[in-house]
Design a protein around this ligand. Structure first.
Ligand code: PEP
Length: 249
């Protein structure tokens, strides 16, 4: 399975940061990695980023609203992201769940909106530190898969991102064994519910993934790539992760 390395810039970046996208595009054009490459900048930069990328890498959004249009001040629909040049959108990132009260049901509606617009939905799940300490990591992730991935999922239009909340932006990561255990469990949940589509869907790991740990994490069982926050902001770090992915089968 070809891995996907996706960068989530979060609320970082102005037009000056497009130079980082240009640098990633040049790296990819000069030495094509053996993985798919996606950068999700803030919504304000999507159109410019897509124009700069010229198809050398994919550009995505970080969130969308489920409705197509309407009186939802400040919100953006999946169709608008598509129109701006995005081919994917992250839904249900833990920061959206935490700061915007997004429930599994809302995340599921957003995933459907992404499909409706022709975007790949990157559905984020992951346990809190307390849930892990209580031994509930697998159960939490299984529930989130069941509740936030809608019926009709296809592997072409859906990517799951396993992001333990306590590993995001902290520099801490689960052990390799813990990552593999959760990814295997997610695979089993997806396969049980969606059959061969569940078997094929890519499952990304996210949470303090960086050049120094990328190679070992990206070669673990059922890890289909990475979702990268902090280390995606600099082309040199992101490029090193692309290379680490390329070296893995
Ligand atoms: C993220 O927020 O999706 C993420 C993985 O962040 P970081 O890589 O900075 O932990």
């Amino acid at each position: 399975m070809r891995q996907l390395i996706a960068g989530n810039w979060k609320m970082n970046g102005t037009s000056a940061s497009l130079a980082e996208i240009e640098a990633v595009c040049e790296m990819v054009a000069g030495d094509p990695p053996n993985c798919d490459v996606l950068i999700c900048p803030p919504a304000t930069l999507i159109a410019q980023a897509a124009w700069k990328a010229k198809g050398r890498i994919a550009i995505g959004g970080q969130n969308c609203r489920a409705e197509i249009s309407g009186a939802f001040t400040g919100d953006i629909s999946a169709e608008m992201l598509k129109d701006a040049g995005a081919s994917a959108v992250i839904v249900g990132h833990s920061e959206r769940r935490q700061y915007h009260g997004e429930t599994d049901a809302i995340v599921g509606q957003k995933a459907k909106a992404a499909w409706r617009a022709g975007l790949t939905a990157i559905v984020c799940i992951g346990e809190s530190e307390q849930q892990r300490l209580n031994g509930h990591a697998l159960h939490t992730c299984g529930n989130q898969i069941n509740e936030s991935v809608p019926d009709g999922m296809t592997a072409a239009a859906t990517v799951i991102a396993y992001e333990p909340i306590w590993a995001i932006g902290t520099g801490r990561t689960p052990t390799n064994g813990e990552i593999a255990e959760v990814h295997d469990h997610i695979r089993a949940c997806l396969t049980k519910r969606f059959g061969s589509e569940g078997q094929k869907a890519r499952i990304l790991y996210g949470g303090s993934l960086k050049p120094s740990n990328a190679a070992e994490i990206l070669r673990l069982s059922n890890v289909g790539g990475g979702l990268i926050g902090g280390a995606s902001l600099k082309a040199s770090d992101f490029g090193a992760i692309l290379k680490a992915s390329s070296r893995n089968p």
